[in-house]
Ligand binder design. Sequence first.
Ligand code: ACM
Ligand code: ZN
Length: 513
Amino acid sequence: MSVACAAVSICCLSAYSSPDKIIPRPVEYSVSEGFCNLRPDGSDIKVYLGTRDFVHRVKDLPDFAREEAYELIVSSKGVKIYAMTEEGAFRASQALEMMRLIDRDIRCCTVFDYPRFRHRGIMLDESRSFKGKDFVKKQIDALALLRMNVMHLHLTDAAGWRLQIDAYPNLTDHVAWRKGETYHEWEALGYPFTDAQDPEAYGGFYTKDDIREIVAYAAERHIDIIPEIEMPGHSMEVNRAYPEIACVGEDGKPRPFSWDLCVGNDGTLRFLETVLEEVIELFPYRYIHIGGDEAVKKDWEVCVNCHKRMQAEGMTHKNELQGYLVRHIEKFLRERGKTVIGWDEIVETGLPEQAVVMSWRGTPGGIRAASEGHDVIMSPNSYVYLDYYQDLIRKEPKAVGHMQSLRHVYKYDPLEGIAPEYHHHILGLQGNLWCELIPYAAHAEYMLYPRAFAVAEIGWTPQEEREFFDFRERCLTLVTVFRSMGYNTFDLFNESLKAQTGRLRFDNPSFIL
Ligand code: ACM
Ligand code: ZN
């Protein structure tokens, strides 16, 4: 029997739903005799917040887990939900909804559940390919169903600025529009920008009303949006829009094709502060991501303004310019009640403890940051980069790097390598979907699902309760559900043996899924 046939038969045997079929796997559950078939109008679901028994039940959980904890009691007469907060009740409703989507007949059961980590997120790269509001809202629905709570939007990068900023109209009149539908076409053409009226224009941006709509939509689902305004690297589009703040070359002329912002120019600092003031008004959350990765720093070597800044600040190496900028912006945001998140490069150049580090160059950056007292979100490219291949290179659309199959992603534990005394600094994890090679919405969903299911379960379920083959069986069911909801998932039923098992052949005949 082929693996694919075996997998399909498992899925078709689901004649009812129950908590052991959902993702993430709940912390505790039991099933009993009988079934519940919920009324479509939800009138048989009762919610109780902060009851004495429930308060007692969650009293020893960490604060964040208590907020999201719930108890779900499904009986043949209907459903009772107990939680401390609306957020906990919402998580319960989504666990119930996933059961209902798997099968309308739900086994009578009791579930007691809460998350392992406070940050369970997915990042979408809206700069390299702009997929827009409806796509983002559809993925917010998916995150909600997976009991995730963060969507990080990478809104600015060389390939396009994607957020309306009233003070700087060139950002959306000009560098939100490029020639070249895909990132690599644009690159091959020499990075041309154009405007929306050009029939060959590719691009777009979020208006302020779009962002308000997304933020409200996410809030109804208890999901926070983290905006990322990238600096100082990955910022060529800013220099193209406003060359007067770009680094100056040896010829005394501005360098609009410079990859990095000019840290020597006070105009750059004013630009960033003004942009961030507008960002703060739109995103009512604690965190703002300021990028910080992969600055090239080449033009800083020759730029007269960068030299002046280095002299004035007593710097001896160009790298210190990055630290200067990040500290300046961190202070600016802290004074406005915000906490900075940055990619792990930011730990290398001196940083206040309050800044949160997002570890992407594998896990070492996060391990170091946690040991230096920073809170950390783990998103290592060695495990949870969802733009990497998910199956054999020969069978997949062009992707990045080595294979990060569902099995590989699921292996990750965010506390791996972190000394126990620093565990409290690990806020959680995030899967990142960079889109240089992913120009279309259907392709993005193909890369996201089912690997986002693994990110969700890692973030929620206790490590000792996680087991890959049990998880994979649930994924086969959920992939079918997602497809029926209109998501274009990877075809897990035809995943190669190598991706499933790490081996090319079954050498143990009892090992059949
Ligand atoms: C990154 O992947 N450059 C954060
Ligand atoms: Zn400069």
